[in-house]
Design a protein around this ligand. Structure first.
Ligand SMILES: Cc1cc2nc3c(=O)[nH]c(=O)nc-3n(C[C@H](O)[C@H](O)[C@H](O)COP(=O)(O)OP(=O)(O)OC[C@H]3O[C@@H](n4cnc5c(N)ncnc54)[C@H](O)[C@@H]3O)c2cc1C
Length: 400
């Protein structure tokens, strides 16, 4: 019989990070990936106009990230100074988004936060919109709070669960050892991180099979589902039908990311990007100013527009027309030289009441198949990374 191992389904960021931390503990690993490439949503591509990212353009600094990068020998790319400025459109571009009449409730909230008042916490099954309207003026709740989360979750923020989204805001803050702050990337983008992770996994004896959906394995083997939510629901039908039944109402939202390259005019707003509240009837949800965030991206002015799911199947010229209409309200006109589209149906889990109900049942990660991924409480890569590290410790202790 073969030596007992962990079989990980999915070679996206979740699966690769888990494989790394298991191998570091000496646990044998086999990764099975459905597609022909590793990285899942993440990927960097060089176009004739410059660098593009298929999903995340960076990840938040953390101790776990410093450890991972040191382990695999990859160097961070720190953000440019210009990235510190962030904008929100409230009739005009504002880098400080508070209007005069919004101050009193904002100050009251800050006071209650520092006094640790339980009244400001999210209530069970409260939506983000209800929580925001309860704690802030309506205009601030909609234009700033809901729009801010729209930039991360890309979904109809009104229906999202306040408990799930605000967990880390109200949770215990971890002591950090790293001095690094903010969003980090790599010279070759997120693709470089994936490439180095794969290289390190293989050099430590981990096996990665591409183009496979095979779920047969030795009875001793431990399974981990490290796919996105839609595939996890299907895999649970094979591994644990009662859990699959509990997951049936969980939803995903699609997103379209379009990176546009413009001839620079020198008159563009400089910063990380701009959030676009629905109130102001933009077509896009937000825009990132890539060339102000990291160096080595493009000689042109590179901007990524995040569009709602409904744009994924529309003709490209039509999408570009909508983007240019949005841009005309943010920056002086400039010639568009090229663009790159990444459309993701079912890209991100919807953090709504159904997911809150499911996660409260605490059905996952007590036994094989274990799970790691962006539908377990946090969507961002730095949180997935710490989830993968903790899971590797748990599997190492429970199973080996
Ligand atoms: C446009 C966009 C921008 C984003 N920006 C940021 C950002 O700036 N910062 C940030 O922190 N996060 C960001 N995110 C979120 C982050 O990118 C994702 O949460 C993360 O990449 C998810 O990784 P994953 O490995 O869990 O899932 P995935 O990337 O979906 O990988 C899952 C893998 O499983 C494989 N698979 C599917 N079915 C099977 C099967 N049956 N057997 C085997 N393999 C299977 C898939 O092919 C895929 O390779 C963004 C997301 C999007 C869409």
């Amino acid at each position: 019989m073969n030596k007992k191992k962990v079989v990980i389904y999915g070679a996206g960021f979740s699966g690769l990070c888990l494989a790394h931390f298991l191998l570091k503990r000496g646990v044998p690993v086999e990764v099975r990936e459905k597609s022909g490439v590793c990285g899942g949503l993440l990927g960097s591509h060089l176009t004739e106009w410059g660098h593009t990212e298929s999903a995340a353009n960076g990840l938040l600094a953390s101790d776990d990230l410093s450890e991972l990068c040191e382990d695999i020998g990859v160097k961070f790319l720190k953000p440019l100074a210009a990235n510190k400025k962030r904008y929100i459109f409230r009739g005009r571009l504002m880098s400080f988004p508070v209007k005069l009449m919004e101050w009193p409730r904002l100050i009251l909230f800050a006071l209650r936060y520092f006094l640790k008042s339980s009244g400001i916490r999210a209530r069970e099954f409260e939506t983000l919109q209800e929580w925001a309207e309860r704690n802030f003026s309506k205009s601030f709740a909609h234009d700033v709070i809901l729009t801010g989360f729209q930039g991360i979750y890309g979904a109809n923020t009104g229906q999202l669960s306040a408990t799930l989204l605000l967990r880390s805001f109200f949770g215990k803050k971890k002591d950090r050892q790293t001095d690094l702050k903010g969003t980090l990337s790599f010279k070759g983008g997120m693709g470089e991180l994936i490439q180095e992770l794969v290289h390190s996994i293989e050099s430590r004896g981990g096996i990665i099979h591409l183009n496979t959906v095979n779920t047969t394995q030795d009875t001793d083997d431990v399974s981990v589902i490290a796919t996105g939510l839609p595939a996890a629901k299907k895999l649970f039908e094979t591994f644990d039908a009662p859990v699959a039944h509990e997951m049936k109402d969980l939803k995903c939202a699609g997103i379209l990311s379009v990176t546009c390259f413009f001839k620079p005019t020198g008159l563009e707003p400089r910063g990380f990007g701009c959030l676009l509240p629905t109130e102001y009837k933009f077509n896009s949800l937000g825009v990132l100013f890539n060339t102000d965030i990291f160096s080595h991206r493009s000689d042109y002015r590179s901007e990524t527009y995040i569009m709602p799911e409904s744009y994924i199947d529309r003709p490209k010229e039509d999408v570009i027309e909508n983007i240019l209409a949005d841009r005309s309200r943010l920056a002086p006109e400039a010639p568009l030289v090229g663009s790159k589209f990444y459309g993701w149906h079912e890209a991100l889990p919807v953090y709504d009441k159904d997911l809150e109900v499911f996660l409260r049942k605490d059905l996952l990660n007590h036994k094989s198949p274990y799970v790691v991924g962006n539908y377990l409480g946090e969507i961002g890569l730095s949180k997935i990374l710490s989830q993968a590290k903790k899971l590797a410790e748990k599997i190492g202790e429970n199973e080996f």
